[in-house]
Write a protein that binds this ligand. Structure first.
Ligand code: CTP
Length: 468
């Protein structure tokens, strides 16, 4: 174990011990320490009651006194200290009706979701591991503490958490735990969209998003993302493809990290994708885009006379479906809008002629075009390998042409027209919506003929537009 307990956490444990209370770090941080991964937060569990904890530290916040949680503030950093507790009944599948404090650490550990999350540690006692969490950690197993059905009755989200931990650590779900998920998955309907979205985000950002297939096979997606079930059973039956829509989607998601993390090796130095960086938020948006890029294929599938499947309009219908899904999951607007834009154009065929390329760039935006190419590349990577060479080459040529347009800084937006709304008002005597329409007309002209972006020509075109 290479990870050390930070000094501030040690200080909190020591302060509690010196007053005669037991205190341990507990849950995710113990698991992560034994995985040699730096924990995101350090949760502390103690036999001291919340008011007793508050008395011992200069600055505390009442984070959830009725649930036993006090946040101890040390130099601006907060640490959650929670009293050992038993949970009462969970009539709504997500919150205990009441919690009872206990002086027994084991009782506290018993109420936790998985064995790997039910360990406590301090330097004096070492690890407290009553449910063999360390062994499950070593063997890569997600197993509920005690009876899995009870754990999932208490909080139905735990079923999706099981898939999430399996995706993050490449673990398998133990048989009885898995069987219980199959039985209890319908209870996920009681869980808020926000909590479900957080788990999906973590699955998508993980190294093993293919565990989404377990979410499908165990009946989880049927409740929280039924569109994915349709994707899993839709065959593509087209020479471009070797996978059903669902596995194709997973393969595209898996390709993203590879492309982003190797962009300095995959692309030439003068390619617009060379060394492209995406922060975690954008990476997540790209993964949601890939998850939903073919969401409408099941709806749009038709067969031709040669028994070849076609999916006409799946991009347009896909935008609407993706919009619905992302709204349902309470996604933020930035994510939703960018994902929809990229889904709309994910199948757009660039002609490699300058005018249509400029039009496309104007609609998609110079910043987003790079992400669109990344999406297209991941999409191709999940298609029939026999078609890769030609498709990658086409995309490369399109990027080369796009780069010329970007480097020349051709006018692609109303904002960069060399005439303003006020000028058009003065020339035409019109106002309001008509000015906006005229600006759009001028932009189209300039996209077709970039050299027309000078005031005199734009004035002439304005007169032409208003027939002056
Ligand atoms: N826990 C639980 N049931 C839940 C959520 C949490 O039993 N539905 C317990 C687990 O012991 C878990 C601890 O509370 O380890 C802390 O929960 P949380 O911070 O949500 O998750 P972590 O396990 O810390 O994992 P991560 O930080 O990666 O989300």
């Amino acid at each position: 174990m290479d990870i050390k307990v930070p000094d501030k956490v040690k200080f909190i444990l020591k302060t509690l011990n010196e007053e005669g209370y037991e205190a341990f770090i507990v849950g995710g941080c113990v698991r992560d320490m034994y995985r040699n991964t730096l924990p995101k937060d350090w949760d502390i569990t103690t036999s001291a009651k919340p008011l007793e904890v508050k008395k011992l530290f200069k600055k505390t916040l009442d984070t959830g006194l009725q649930h036993g949680t006090v946040t101890v503030m040390l130099d601006g950093e907060g640490f959650e200290v929670t009293t050992y507790r038993l949970d009462g009944d969970y009539s709504d599948h997500r919150h205990p009706e009441e919690v009872t404090f206990t002086s027994d650490l084991v009782e506290d550990l018993k109420r936790r979701d998985f064995t790997i999350n039910a360990m406590a540690y301090n330097e004096t006692t070492g690890v407290v591991d009553c449910f063999n969490g360390l062994e499950d950690l070593k063997n890569g197993i997600i197993r509920c503490v005690g009876n899995p059905e009870d754990r999932f009755e208490e909080d139905a989200l735990r079923m999706l958490r099981a898939i999430r931990f399996a995706s993050q650590f490449d673990f398998v779900i133990e048989e009885n735990t898995y069987k219980a998920i199959k039985r209890k998955a319908p209870n996920l309907q009681y869980i808020s969209a926000e909590r479900i979205k957080v788990e999906f985000d973590k699955i998508l950002l993980s190294k093993h998003p293919k565990k989404l297939i377990d979410a499908y096979e165990s009946g989880i997606t049927k409740v929280v993302l039924p569109e994915f079930d349709e994707m899993m059973i839709t065959r593509q039956e087209n020479p471009n493809h070797i996978y059903n829509v669902g596995p194709h989607t997973i393969c595209a998601i898996e390709s993203l990290d590879y492309v982003l993390d190797n962009s300095d090796k995959i692309f030439d130095k003068d390619d617009i994708l060379y060394n492209i960086k995406a922060n975690e938020k954008d990476r997540l948006i790209l993964k949601w885009t890939l998850l939903l890029h073919d969401v409408a294929k099941p709806l749009c599938k038709t067969m031709d006379d040669n028994n070849i499947a076609h999916f006409k309009m799946h991009d347009v219908v896909g935008c609407k479906k993706a919009d619905e899904i992302l709204q349902r999951l309470k996604s933020d607007n930035y994510t939703r809008n960018l994902a929809i834009l990229l889904i709309k154009y994910h199948d757009y065929r660039f002609t490699n002629k300058m005018i249509p390329l400029r039009r496309a760039l104007s609609k998609i935006g110079t910043d987003n075009i790079k992400y669109l190419f990344i999406i297209k590349i991941c999409d191709v990577m999940a298609q029939n390998p026999d078609t890769h060479k030609e498709k990658f080459e086409d995309l490369r040529v399109s990027r080369e042409k796009m780069k010329i347009i970007i480097d020349k800084a051709d006018c692609l937006t109303v904002k960069s027209l060399n005439i303003k709304g006020n000028d058009i008002m003065n020339i035409s005597g019109k106002n309001g919506r008509e000015i906006g329409e005229c600006l759009k007309f001028l932009l189209e002209k300039v996209i077709d003929n970039p050299e027309d972006n000078n005031y005199d020509k734009l004035e002439e075109l304005t007169r032409e537009y208003f027939k002056l």
